[in-house]
Design a protein around this ligand. Structure first.
Ligand code: TMP
Length: 230
């Protein structure tokens, strides 16, 4: 099958005009690829977690690219025309938000929606609505719809996780066009979300890897899978 794109942790293969196969590899990266490791079993874990979140969105009538799991590490998805933005929703302060605005971590906010331009060479800069329109990345109607979709995804995920004693601090989604509709694409996993245990406020996501060299991130990922499998 034709390899369409080899990302930092996923490979995307063309299946036919309308569908792709996405494969989670065992790679983990942080700092725009500056830190990189291979964690055996990570691809399988992420594929299982991603499946649960995407099925949850579908069952809440949120259109997504997800079609079906194909193997332990891969799934079939609709081939979207991805809008090159990272759509971030924040319920608590963390990460780049604290660095950018000089605010303390773990304060409840929002929900706040932010857009970042998907461009590794530019380190994914924050981008505002007017610039998104000026650069013809998306029109005003699409920007408004993307915000609504992001907030709907937030509501569904936040409530589902809260029932499992997990705080959804923030997350990133990607959105694409498919047959005149907008759909949620890419992945929803502990690589793209911040999950905090409700009682300890400890991270159960990629921050374990970003912030430490001796903790095993997969222990957090396994805990997330265990809780969302209930
Ligand atoms: P940030 O605090 O680094 O801006 O990240 C906010 C959330 O979005 C966090 O859960 C990580 C996720 N994210 C990605 O998955 N990929 C990215 O390239 C960026 C910028 C954020």
């Amino acid at each position: 099958m034709e390899l369409l794109r080899k990302g930092k942790v996923k490979s995307v293969y063309l299946q036919d005009d309308a569908s792709v196969i996405m494969e989670f590899r065992d790679d983990i990266t942080a700092g725009n690829g500056q830190k990189h490791d291979v964690l055996r079993g990570k691809g399988k874990l992420l594929n299982s977690i991603n499946e649960i979140f995407f099925k949850l969105l579908s069952s809440n009538e949120i259109p997504t690219h997800y079609l079906q799991k194909l193997s332990e590490t891969s799934f079939q998805a609709r081939k979207l025309d991805i809008i090159p933005l990272e759509v971030v929703v924040r319920n608590y302060t963390a990460g780049s938000f604290c660095r950018r605005y000089g605010v303390e971590e773990k304060k409840k906010i929002g929900p706040v929606v932010e857009f970042f331009l998907k461009d590794d060479l530019l380190s994914d800069p924050l981008i505002c609505d007017d610039v998104i329109e000026a650069l013809s990345i998306a029109n005003a109607d699409e920007i408004s719809k993307m915000k609504n979709v992001a907030l709907e995804v937030n509501k569904v995920l936040k409530d589902f996780l809260m029932d499992r004693s997990v705080i959804l601090a923030d997350f990133k989604i990607e959105i694409g066009r498919y047959g005149g509709k907008l759909m949620v694409g890419d992945e929803i996993t502990p690589d793209t979300c911040r999950f905090w245990d409700e009682n300890t406020m400890n991270s159960l996501d990629k921050d374990i890897y970003r912030n430490s060299n001796d903790k095993d991130p997969l222990e957090g990922y396994e805990e997330i899978l265990r809780r969302i499998s209930k």
